[in-house]
Design a binder for this molecule. Structure first.
Ligand SMILES: Cc1cc2nc3c(=O)[nH]c(=O)nc-3n(C[C@H](O)[C@H](O)[C@H](O)COP(=O)(O)OP(=O)(O)OC[C@H]3O[C@@H](n4cnc5c(N)ncnc54)[C@H](O)[C@@H]3O)c2cc1C
Length: 456
């Protein structure tokens, strides 16, 4: 019997596996690659990236994991204030001046300024409400974040927006994976707080690409990771857990003293057949938006208009944001070398619209639209690929707050991990993986101490 079986080899499962690495563990991952929604590849000095790419900094579980695994990270160089709208690209000067510099009628400017003032005020209110308080636990703070304005949608909060105001404010909000009529008001406001305060939010990149972290952990325990192992059922018994899975067409069964389920919530709901009813019910209510992401490697020989900018919000295209991955390389050079890497990202309804479109066609559309924003871009393309993620990111909807106590209440020997347990994406995956590992390790240590030396 194994000490622990970990179901899912994404960031949450690997974080749990890392912390349990001195026990007898097995990781079961359905895909043929490790990492889940962390997906990057290097090309010379550049990284092509299709999944999570911005990581938490100071004082976070992410920083702990990076330090423990010896993975180098850097503060993301460049601004997040690029924006393309109504045929113009802006990246410098205060964002508050953008409505005056993009071509648009006076009425649109007034609408943007009015909404911006309201959002600015509530981002401040949000920042104060969710600030860490002395003596409270991370769970208490997380509950407060979910509770903030959780009884109405972001669309209700914003009120009607004209086309330009929608183009100005919606691309950043869509990155939450939900449209404004799905997202809670608090989560919409919180998203602007996250991106307007980059230093305090997700502001770090992993050198060599995000997969350097996941592949590095996997490499340190490669004989204990089963790829292509599709788990079908997890049954919790009084003193052990039974995991049934299929690999290479054959059925297998694994027994372990504990299990960490690090699959997306709807999958955990399906596999965890005898988890408490209330928990299974809460798992079924967690909501995700799809993500479609592209990455384009370029071979330009000189500077590009987007040099020095990492994040570019885009209005009126099939993607909401472009992320200049090449800037992680260029931002640390004294002389700009040729080439670059640009990620495009279609979350929420933008991703749904592309879901059934063949990937080759999406690649063409992304390149064409980037060329409209940055004339000449198409001529620099060297390689491009698109990936689709059904469970792109979980989002906070009205009513989500009341599920949190149930989702985080420990069960007997099956512990849950994954980004759906909090609001900070990769940081939540890692924190929840650490917590699940800690609970499993406590149970395993208690058992060892109650055994006679011979039996142990
Ligand atoms: C395009 C994109 C951009 C993003 N950008 C950011 C960002 O900049 N910053 C950030 O913090 N986050 C970002 N995210 C979100 C971030 O990637 C995720 O929050 C995080 O990677 C989720 O990790 P996880 O381990 O919780 O889940 P997952 O990565 O989904 O891992 C779950 C694993 O379980 C496996 N699995 C599923 N079913 C089974 C089964 N039956 N048996 C065995 N295994 C199974 C899956 O194959 C997968 O490997 C982004 C996501 C995407 C898609």
């Amino acid at each position: 019997m194994k000490d622990a079986v970990i179901i899912g080899g994404g960031l949450a499962g690997l974080s749990a596996a890392w912390r349990l690495r001195h026990w007898d563990i097995q990781v079961l991952e359905s895909d043929q690659r490790i990492g889940g929604r962390i997906m990057s590849e290097t090309r010379g000095p550049y990284t092509m990236n299709w999944g999570g790419h911005m990581f938490a900094g100071g004082g976070s579980s992410t920083v702990e994991l990076l330090a423990e695994t010896g993975t180098a990270s850097v503060k993301i160089p460049g601004s997040l204030q690029g924006m393309a709208m109504n045929g113009k690209y802006l990246s410098t000067g205060p964002v508050q001046t953008y409505p005056f510099r993009f071509p648009m009628p006076l009425s649109s400017r007034a609408s943007i300024l009015k909404t911006g003032a309201k959002l600015g005020k509530d981002v401040l209110r949000y920042t104060q409400a969710v600030r860490a308080r002395a003596g409270e636990t991370g769970e208490q703070r997380q509950q407060r974040i979910y509770d903030f304005e959780n009884d109405r949608t972001f669309a209700d909060y914003l009120g009607p927006l004209n086309k330009d105001a929608a183009g100005f404010f919606l691309p950043p909000a869509l990155r939450s994976a939900a449209d404004p009529d799905q997202l809670s008001a608090g989560a919409g406001i919180g998203y602007f707080s996250l991106i307007w305060n980059i230093g305090q939010g997700l502001g770090r990149a992993i050198l060599g690409g995000a997969s350097t972290l996941t592949e590095g952990i996997a490499q340190s325990m490669r004989d204990r990771i089963d790829l292509g192992a599709v788990v079908n059922e997890v049954v919790q018994n009084k003193d052990h857990v039974v995991v049934r899975y299929t690999k290479d067409g054959a059925e297998h069964e694994l027994k372990a003293r504990t299990a960490v389920m690090a699959t997306p919530a709807p999958i955990t709901h399906r596999l965890g057949v005898n988890l408490p009813d209330e928990l299974r019910d809460a798992l079924a209510q967690v909501k995700y938006g799809v993500h479609v992401a592209g990455c384009i490697l370029t071979d330009e020989q000189g500077p590009m208009p987007y040099d020095g900018t990492y994040g570019i919000a885009v209005a009126g295209k099939s993607f909401a944001v472009a992320l200049n991955q090449g800037n992680i390389t260029h931002g640390r050079e004294t002389v700009r070398r040729p080439g670059g890497s640009m990620m495009t990202f279609s979350p929420a309804s933008l991703g749904s619209k592309l879901w059934d479109v063949p990937k080759e066609d999406i690649v063409k559309q992304y390149i064409r639209e980037l060329d409209e924003i940055f004339p000449g871009f198409e001529g620099t393309v060297k390689e491009a690929r698109v990936e689709k993620f059904e469970f792109g990111s979980p989002y906070c909807f009205p009513g989500r707050a009341k599920l949190q106590p149930t989702l985080t209440r420990p069960t007997e020997r099956v512990f849950l991990a994954g980004d759906y347990l909090g609001t900070l994406y990769t940081e939540t995956s890692i924190t929840s993986g650490f917590t699940a590992a800690q609970r499993a390790a406590s149970l395993l240590s208690t058992r060892r101490q109650s055994l006679t030396p011979d039996a142990a």
